[in-house]
Design a protein around this ligand. Sequence first.
Ligand code: NAD
Length: 278
Amino acid sequence: MADRASSLKIGIVGYGHLGQFLIEKIQKEGPEVGLQLAYVWNRNPEKLKDSVPKDLILNDISDFTHRDANVIVEVCHPQIVKDFGAKFLSHAHFLVGSPSALSEPQLEQELRTAAKHHGRTLYIPSGALWGGQDIQRMNDNGTLKALSIRMSKHPSCFRLTGGLLTDWTEGEGRCVLFHGSVAELCPIAPNNVNTMAAAAITASKLGFHGVTGEIVSDTALADYHIVEVEATGPDGFTVKTVRKNPSKLGAVTGNATYNSFWSSLLVCRGHGGTVYLC
Ligand SMILES: NC(=O)c1ccc[n+]([C@@H]2O[C@H](COP(=O)([O-])OP(=O)(O)OC[C@H]3O[C@@H](n4cnc5c(N)ncnc54)[C@H](O)[C@@H]3O)[C@@H](O)[C@H]2O)c1
């Protein structure tokens, strides 16, 4: 069991599916792995009162500056990343649960600069991305020529803007909803393509405009999501992976992604002023 004095204090911003999962895990398993809850903020603080001790509830998000946290975890909405990301990095390491926000080039630059300036780490959870470390290595040594990611889900699992999926019927089968750059896709599907955003941040030399994303609606996928990644290197080098992630019907997040997030949080112990896939 880790010493409480040396355990990392974690501020959680957002109390949806992921936030609730992480808070429960920290409350149950935190002492064993050296994590403790510093505070929790939710847009509606009423939702916290039965599960979070009163003194750990933050009523106003701006008050995070008066609390002590080593790591701030955003698990609510890209807008919060935009409004508070750089401020969070001026106080703590920042695990960004909604990396699709970084498809705005100005915000990505702002957060990279803030991390470097404050010597704190901007952590990108790998989520449902398989092989992220290998992609990062190819990016860093200049051999990554192309990267494409296809996500296929039951239509009830998509939350899309712009009228891309207004109507569907059970049994209609497979339909490609979008194929293009991850930069174009993020604003259309901000809640569905965080894995692609993580890939685009990792493959920084290709970036959001250079990484290709495709989303596919398939009524046959009632029990799982599929994430396919294809990385291309020089002289015909290619790697293709297919990840089947069991999920509840209508769920944005596949079951294995929750544990993936927990594993990511365990890595957040400070990697300098960098952007770090975890
Ligand atoms: N990185 C990944 O691999 C990955 C995986 C799953 C989900 N996510 C992202 O993490 C975030 C949380 O996911 P979830 O499954 O817990 O979602 P959720 O919908 O269950 O919870 C979101 C929470 O944020 C709140 N919220 C929504 N909009 C808000 C806003 N504008 N300002 C403040 N609060 C707001 C909601 O009230 C809710 O409490 C989402 O942005 C989601 O897209 C990322």
